[in-house]
Write a protein that binds this ligand. Structure first.
Ligand code: GDP
Length: 435
């Protein structure tokens, strides 16, 4: 066998076309691909964004001909929460892992400014999980449960007026992250002529606000015509109901009112069939592909650029991952060193400050000690002076006392000798009278 570089090139790049003289078998490749995909199963994730009570759950039940679990949401949620449920469905021999995510509490708060944030965060979190799996050394993408949102059904209230600012803001924030398919919910609440005007108004508001909604692809010839026609019908006006009513001799999904019956699958009544055709039967794979090639790629690119990865260097030369890693590592180590140095400087500065504080405190203590010592000495001197004067007083008192006692004893002695003399005189002269 001859191998030449020319033989391995693709048509249009200079390779030769050679005829086959018999059946080889590679025409079964598409079948092999189909079989492999069928065996592996598919997954599809729908995000339903819209105010509580707009018929999101009912429409999902109607679309997939089943009753998904879940209680009706209340209108008293403090914020928007995203509730995700995954179901395994089977149709013929095709298995579908369907995830339905619903925005609980959307539009129920007085301040709706941040209502879009939890939705954006949720979508990003699914992209991030996929990116992390992709970046793993041992990745298992073929078995990975892909939770990235493939289609966002945006439920518009059937007001007949214009879009609410909440709707415009939310769609604008989501349009680069997800395939948005706007739908007018509960469209049985609006008359036919009002509906036509409402659709035109919504479309012009979306265009004037630069909101990119999902366009059914027209590049594949087999679906170009139907998709082109359906693009002109957007936003679809839908009605949901799981109730089956007997109409003629057929059981049909419908909503019954005192004045008549609205048939869900009647195209003159609403666009439910168009939605089902476009979302599930014709474009499900394109929605999955767009999610991966457009929205996820954008997220991945921004994220990797944010992390410092590039495809080319400033001289437009290819940038190797190894070089980027080394550069990032060096940058990180440099920053770490700078931080360490700054911390060391700060530590030295703090120690100096503390030392100065302690010295100041020590000085104050010494001054206080000296003041107290002087006070104490003054006090002591005063007390000693006082003691001395008291001692002097005591001595003087003692002297006075001794002198007094001496005087007293002298006086007593003198008094005693006079009495003796008088007694003697009285004895000698009894007529002497006493005083
Ligand atoms: P969610 O909160 O958005 O999930 O709304 P639900 O699906 O729980 O529906 C809320 C109410 O609206 C229920 O009573 C439904 O029967 C009703 N509903 C659902 N779809 C339609 C519709 O297309 N038209 C009308 N008139 N009512 C609907």
């Amino acid at each position: 066998m001859l191998f030449s570089p020319e033989r391995t090139r693709w048509p249009g790049e200079g390779c030769r076309t050679v005829p086959l003289s018999g059946h080889v078998g590679f025409d079964s490749l598409p079948d092999q691909l189909v079989n492999k995909s069928v065996n592996h199963g598919f997954c599809f994730n729908i995000l339903c964004v819209g105010e509580t009570g707009l018929g999101k759950s009912t429409l999902m039940d109607t679309l997939f001909n089943t009753k998904f679990e879940g209680d009706p949401a209340s209108h008293s949620q403090p914020g928007v929460q995203l509730k995700s449920n995954t179901y395994d469905l089977q149709e013929s021999n095709v298995n579908l892992k369907l995830t339905i995510v619903s925005t609980v509490g959307f539009g129920d708060q007085i301040n709706k400014e941040d209502s879009y944030k939890p939705i954006v965060e949720f979508i990003d979190a699914q992209f991030e999980a996929y990116l992390q799996e992709e970046l793993k050394i041992k990745r298992v993408l073929h078995n990975y449960h892909d939770t990235r949102i493939h289609a966002c059904l945006y439920f518009i209230a059937p007001t007949g007026h214009s879009l609410k600012s909440l709707d415009l803001v939310t769609m604008k924030k989501l349009d680069s992250k997800v395939n948005i398919i706007p739908i007018i919910a509960k469209s049985d609440a609006i008359s036919k002529s009002e509906l036509t005007k409402f659709k035109i108004k919504i479309t012009s508001e979306l265009v004037s606000n630069g909101v990119q909604i999902y366009q059914f692809p027209t590049d594949d010839e087999s679906v170009a015509e139907i998709n082109g026609t359906m693009n002109a019908h957007l936003p679809f006006a839908v009605i949901g109901s799981t109730e089956e009513l007997k109409i003629g001799n057929k059981m049909m999904k419908a909503r019954q009112y005192p004045w008549g019956t609205v048939q869900v699958e009647n195209e003159t009544h609403c666009d439910f069939v168009k939605l089902r055709e476009m979302l599930i039967r014709v474009n499900m794979e394109d929605l999955r592909e767009q999610t991966h090639t457009r929205h996820y790629e954008l997220y991945r690119r921004c994220k990797l650029e944010e992390m410092g990865f590039k495809d080319t260097d400033p001289d437009s030369k290819p940038f190797s991952l190894q070089e980027t890693y080394e550069a990032k590592r060096n940058e990180f180590l440099g920053e770490l060193q700078k931080k360490e140095e700054a911390m060391r400087q700060m530590f030295v500065q703090r120690v100096k400050e503390k030392e100065a504080e302690l010295k100041e405190a020590e000085k104050e203590l010494h001054e206080k000690f000296d003041r107290l010592k002087k006070l104490h000495q003054d006090e002591k001197k005063k007390l000693e002076d006082k003691k001395k004067s008291l001692d002097d007083e005591v001595n003087a008192f003692k002297q006075r006392k001794t002198a007094a006692e001496l005087l007293q004893s002298q006086a007593q002695q003198a008094g005693g000798s006079q009495t003796l003399k008088r007694d003697k005189e009285r004895k000698n002269n009894p007529w002497l009278c006493t005083e």
